[in-house]
Design a protein around this ligand. Structure first.
Ligand SMILES: [Zn+2]
Ligand SMILES: [Zn+2]
Length: 333
């Protein structure tokens, strides 16, 4: 969030003795002469619009920093003063700076004792409080997961006979060819040819950026500690960037050749490759079917070493979980 200054406006303070509204920079009441108390609050008169100050000297005074209260007589002095204009005391010795930076209340807010409205900010998506229904569903899901885990982990030992074998081996065929894709311009590979770009929203930045749209909240008034208010606005920057389509040469899968069988002699497919083609990823799946009386268990693996030991009719000890899945296996002696 970047805070921008729109300008400065006059503030007032109200005399505690006669209720007169005095201009903020005036340090004693224009009606009864009472000195401005140290803890007086500066207020914004007009709620609806900002009557910006044009007097450069007054603006410089507001920018110089909060006023300093004399440690000897309490008189309010400008931030630029070295000695008290009332008693001549040294202000660098324990002079107290006025409070500053807080949001200024309007006269109407002060009269009804309302706190200042919080600084307006960008609308943020509201988060809904979880309802009872969501909590109950979450609890049910958690309980369901625990039950499933227990069923998967609890196993029974079964001795079964290998009754069937299945294998499948596949090879991908890749071709070096022109592919089309899209990405942010700075993410596109160097060897790509960019065909078409358009500026679209990418992210929101707190700081000003090139190619950004400024989005600002409502202006509000800050106390500068001088009797002059600073009108500020909090802004964010929606950054736009080039999103492009591009083409480039790359290896892509154009097909898969598969061999399968129901014996213990798996083999790889033989590829008939074109000049611009190559062998891609390999895949292998081996399934052993066990039978124990009327029950059938299937075990699938990509490990050929287990498959090669599972001769038809051989006896194996299986660990079966509560869902009928084979968790572990070894030849029975
Ligand atoms: Zn007064
Ligand atoms: Zn003094």
């Amino acid at each position: 969030m970047t805070r921008k200054t729109l300008g400065f406006i006059p503030l007032i303070w109200q005399c505690a003795f006669c209720n007169t509204q005095n201009p903020g920079p005036i340090k004693s009441c224009t009606s009864c002469g009472a000195p401005q108390p140290a803890d007086v609050e500066f207020l914004q008169v007009d709620e609806e619009r900002f009557n910006f100050i044009k007097d450069e000297a007054l603006i410089r005074m507001a920018q110089a920093g909060p006023d300093i209260h004399c440690p000897f007589c309490g008189t309010r002095n400008l931030a630029t003063a070295d000695t008290c204009k009332q008693c001549g005391g040294d202000l660098s010795w324990d002079g107290k700076q006025r409070e500053s930076g807080q949001r200024v209340r309007t006269v109407a807010e002060a009269q009804t004792r309302r706190p200042p409205a919080p600084p307006p900010t960008e609308p943020t998506p509201k988060r809904k409080a979880p309802t009872a229904a969501i909590l109950i569903i979450s609890l049910a899901v958690i309980v369901g997961c625990i039950i499933l885990l227990v069923m998967l982990l609890r196993t029974d030992d079964v001795t079964a006979t290998v009754s069937d074998l299945q294998w499948e081996r596949s090879l991908a065929i890749e071709a070096y060819t022109n592919v089309t894709d899209s990405d942010w311009r700075d993410q596109i590979p160097a060897n790509a040819e960019v065909t078409n770009c358009s500026m679209i929203y990418r992210y929101t930045s707190a700081q000003p950026q090139v190619n950004a749209t400024e989005v600002c909240g409502e202006p509000y008034v800050k106390d500068t500690g001088t009797g002059v208010g600073e009108v500020v606005q909090d802004c964010e920057y929606e950054v736009y960037d080039d999103y492009c389509e591009f083409t480039m040469m790359a290896w892509v899968v154009v097909g898969t050749v598969t061999e399968s069988g129901r014996d213990q002699s798996p083999f790889w497919p033989v590829l008939d490759l074109e000049p611009d083609q190559r062998e891609g990823d390999r895949g292998e799946t081996y399934t052993i079917v066990f039978r124990d009386g009327g029950d059938t268990y299937r075990f699938t693996t990509s490990d050929e070493r287990i498959f090669s030991r599972a001769e038809l009719g051989s006896r194996w000890t299986l660990q079966i979980n509560q869902l009928g899945g084979v968790q572990a296996l070894e030849p029975a002696n």
